[in-house]
Design a protein. Sequence first.
Length: 345
Amino acid sequence: MPATTTMPTVTLHERVEAIFKKAGLNDIQAGALARVIVAAERDACKSHGIYRIEGALRTIRAEKVVPDAVPELVQQDHSAIVRVNARRGFANPAFELGLPVLVERTRALGLAALVINDCTHFSALWPEVEALTGHGLAGLAMCPSYSTVAPAGGNKPLLGTNPMAFGWPRAGRSPYVFDFATSVAARGEIELHRRAGKRLPEGWAIDAEGQPTTDPDAALAGAMLPFGGHKGSAISTMIELLAGVMIGDLISPQVLDYLGSTTLAPPHGELVIAFSPEVFAKGRDGNPLERAEALFDAIAGQGARLPSQRRYAARARSEMDGITLTEAEMEQLDRLLALGLEAVA
Ligand code: NDP
Ligand code: PYC
């Protein structure tokens, strides 16, 4: 049994925030990054937990992100589009800045969108839609990434792993939330398989010659596949259009051209659309939140689990017992804190 260390969420937050400050991030950037990374670790989403710190530091060291950026709310009118310019910092503080305005507009108009431009993005999207559900709103979040996924029927990386998350509020219960890559799996999962010396499941990737592979190195050199064949490929393309082209920001091939690497966190934009179920259902029979509960009960009644159930169970365990890290993970955190950006030289 390998040695482990268990600590409260707040302790891990302090450590992660300290690493980012040592690496030169300002308080706004370091705090927001530590919040999403620790939330992912707490909820057992390892592909976007502390493993991502190193990539963020590499991106800072490569000067592909502005460490002391202060995001700016650039659209101050009363339209349904709330625009925040991340000013080439990370996406997470820009989201935190835009959230209260997005909530206020959505309550007033029934529907509003937060556009984040010029951000670097590496995190899971569920914290964003979960934040909206906390205000009684439904939400949809999406962003491109960099070209690592072949379109269905193609054989070379073109689309990103382009994640999409949806959240629906539930009175007195954890919200209904799903959040996934539009590739069969997140790229982080491939890297975690590589590090663990494990083969990939069949159907995740093709090699550089376009042949199916279960070798993580061959997959990283080749292309990942979209989930659900042509359906995932089309949804991924929609994300490139809505959260790239439409908001005037980079799409996945441009991001890869600019970075020249998938070892750094990708710069692009993000789109978060919020809906007020109350406003949409006005004048119609039935309370939308109660009607949704009947649907969730019917799903669970068949023995199916709701998305995020695993995550909420992990969260409850972490909140009660603390977050457990392996000895190797603890050594890595110590190393990153001691060496700062030198650790990723
Ligand atoms: P997974 O396939 O692990 O999970 C996707 C979702 O499906 C989760 O909401 C999960 O809930 C749910 N789920 C899984 N199994 C079941 C089941 N049997 N029944 C019902 N629901 C289920 O996600 P991915 O690997 O595709 O993505 C992981 C993360 O990577 C996401 O958070 C995504 O945002 C992030 N990502 C970020 C990118 C970026 O550019 N920033 C790019 C790509 C991915 P649960 O968690 O409870 O298991
Ligand atoms: O896991 O696919 C991924 C990913 C790409 C950028 C951030 N996460």
